[in-house]
Each structure stands twice: as C-alpha cells, then as structure tokens.
Design a protein around this ligand. Structure first.
Ligand code: SAM
Length: 219
C-alpha cells in the first residue's frame, strides 16, 4: 500500500522498488508471489469486485497477469484491458492464447484513457498501484463512464482486525480511504465502501458511481 501524499520513508521506497520489479522483470512470478503473500486469498479478493460491476462494457485498469480479464470474458462481457507494463501484457497474451480467448488490450496509463466519453458501463481496478491515487485517473474515469456507471476498486489495502497491529496500520488505511473520498468528490463521483466486517482479514471494495440516469446497453 503506497500513499503518494505521504513523504516516502526508506521502507516505503524499498516496497515501491520491489513492486515495480514484480510488474516488469519478474512479471512471470506475479501470480505465485501474490498467492503466497495473501496465503491464497488474492484471487478471491480480486473476484469480489465483479459483484459490483453492472453492465457489459467494462474496462480493467492495470490488469496485471490477466486473471480478471479471463473471468470477465468467460461471463460474456465486452471487457477491455489497459496495462502499462509490456511484461504483464506478454504474460496475459500467453494466457489468453492458451485459452483461445480474444480480449482487446491497450498499453498505456490509467491517467490518459484512449476511450470515448461515456463509453463504459464500468471500470474495475483490483490491487491497483499508485495510479488509483492520482487525480488524473479519477477525471478520466468520470469522463469515460456513462451516467450511472461505476468505478469499482478492490484490494487497495487489506484490513487486519488484529489488536496488536491496529493503531499504526489502521491510521494508514484511514488516510488512504479519506484520500479516495476526496478524489471521488473532486471527480463528481459518489463513493461507497463494501466489506465483510466480520472477517478478521478483509479487502474492502470501493464503488464510485457517476450520477445521472442509467442508459445504454449496460443499463
Ligand atoms: C498490483 S498489480 C495488480 C494486477 C491485477 N489487477 C491484480 O488484481 O492482481 C498493479 C498493476 O498495475 C499496473 N500499473 C501501474 N501503474 C499503472 C498505470 N499508471 N496505468 C495502468 N496500469 C498501471 C502495473 O504494471 C501492475 O500490473
């Protein structure tokens, strides 16, 4: 969890450096590493987002190794992926080829979407990198979503309901949640939080909805 608003101490800089290596040189190891660090929970946490995605025209930001793109294509949705890392693109292309699936993919940044205004029912970002805390990403999302469309975010941070860890860790997660709220408000989106509060380890889902009447084929 990286907070660009906060001055980076050396552990945060080291964490950021390591995650960048994982998105590039070691993209081939991403699935195994994410499974290990989450003790097998990663794909379940990622899939939670789909329950909040309404409509078939969906853009996935930072699709990584393409697991959610495959899942969405399997549901018959008109999924499109956007990913900045060429190495992640290659891993995903191999998976799609093996499964005989064709999913349009764009290489680029979430802060500059090469898509028409109001052309999407939903945008989904799971375990997003720091692009999700950039105002440009939110303005682009608000532009590309149709009225009533949603930006769905899962896994921005994991909450640990463990008393020993609570004070420092939860103030960091609260700071990120407050930043999301501010970004959503500035982009004119209404933000809601969804989580299984009974789980001791949980990855909340945030849904940012664009106001206006739902319309188009995804309504
Ligand atoms: C933590 S991974 C998440 C991958 C996948 N969504 C998942 O649930 O496992 C973050 C991904 O976002 C990509 N990324 C980072 N910055 C980006 C940006 N500005 N625009 C698009 N993708 C970006 C990285 O290359 C990486 O693949």
């Amino acid at each position: 969890m990286y907070d660009p608003e906060h001055r980076l101490a050396w552990p945060a800089r080291g964490y950021r450096w390591a995650t960048e290596r994982l998105y590039h040189e070691f993209a081939w190891a991403y699935d195994a590493v994410s499974w290990l660090v989450s003790l097998g929970r990663w794909s379940g946490w990622r899939r939670q987002a789909l329950a909040y995605v309404g409509g078939p025209r969906v853009l996935e930001l930072g699709f990584g190794t393409g697991e959610l793109l495959i899942e969405m294509a399997g549901r018959g949705w008109q999924a499109v992926g956007l990913e900045r890392s060429p190495a992640m693109q290659r891993v995903t292309a191999r998976k799609l080829r093996r499964q005989g699936l064709r999913v349009p993919r764009l290489c680029g940044a979430a802060q500059a979407l090469p898509l028409a205004a109001a052309s999407l029912d939903a945008i989904v970002a799971t375990f997003p990198a720091d692009y999700i805390l950039a105002p440009g990403t939110w303005h682009e999302a608000a532009r590309a979503l149709r009225p009533g469309g949603r930006l769905v975010i899962a896994g921005l941070f994991v909450e640990l309901d463990l008393p020993a860890l609570r004070p420092g860790y939860s103030s960091a997660t609260q700071r990120i949640a407050a930043r999301l709220q501010a970004l959503a408000a500035a982009a004119g989106l209404a933000l809601t939080r969804h989580a299984d509060e009974t789980a001791r380890v949980r990855a909340p889902v945030y849904v940012a909805e664009k106001s206006g009447a739902a319309g188009g084929p995804g309504a």
